[in-house]
Design a protein around this ligand. Structure first.
Ligand code: ZN
Length: 154
C-alpha cells in the first residue's frame, strides 16, 4: 500500500487513473498537484493527447505534466469526488476530497475546460449525467443545449 494514500493504475475512464489506497474524509487533502504555475496561457494542446494544463484560477495556469506529479493521472469526471484547490499562501494546488472517498475508489475532479477545449476532449467518465465532453460544470447546460440543437438538424 502506498504511503501517500494514492496509486496510479489503469482506469475504466481513460489511461492511467489515480486511485485511493485508503479512505479519505470529506474536506481532507488527498495529494499535492505538482507542476509549474504559468501566468500566460499555454499553447493549444494536441487533440487526442492527455492534457495536464489546467486554468486553476482566472489568468493562472498549472502545467502538471511533470513525472514528479503522480496526481496528473487523476481523470476528469462529470460527477467528481474531489476538487483542485490552490493553497494561495503556499502557492501549491491540492486535490481535496469533497465527499467521503473509500479505498480503491478512483480520484476524479472537474478539469474546468472551456467550451473550445471541450471540443477536443471527449469524456468517458460513465456518470449518469455525463455530457460526453470534458468541460467545466458551469458550462455544461449551455453545451447540452448546443448538442441538442445540433442533433435536431441532422
Ligand atoms: Zn463525463
Amino acid at each position: 500500500m502506498s504511503a501517500t494514500g494514492t496509486e496510479s493504475k489503469p482506469s475504466p475512464i481513460s489511461g492511467l487513473g489515480l486511485f485511493a489506497t485508503r479512505a479519505f474524509a470529506a474536506g481532507e487533502r488527498i495529494t499535492a498537484y505538482r507542476g509549474a504555475l504559468l501566468k500566460t496561457p499555454p499553447a493549444v494542446c494536441t487533440p487526442g493527447q492527455p492534457t495536464y494544463l489546467l486554468e486553476i484560477s482566472p489568468g493562472l495556469w498549472l502545467d502538471g505534466s511533470t513525472p514528479e506529479n503522480p496526481a496528473r493521472h487523476a481523470n476528469h469526471s462529470c460527477l467528481p469526488n474531489s476538487e483542485l484547490i490552490l493553497d494561495t499562501a503556499a502557492g501549491q494546488p491540492w486535490l481535496v476530497a469533497f465527499r467521503a472517498i473509500v479505498a480503491n475508489e478512483e480520484i476524479t475532479f472537474d478539469y474546468g475546460f472551456s467550451l473550445a477545449e471541450s471540443l477536443f476532449h471527449p469524456c468517458k467518465c460513465g456518470a449518469k449525467d455525463c455530457v460526453g465532453r470534458i468541460i467545466a460544470a458551469p458550462l455544461r447546460p449551455a453545451l447540452r443545449r448546443h448538442l441538442r440543437f445540433s442533433r435536431r438538424r441532422d
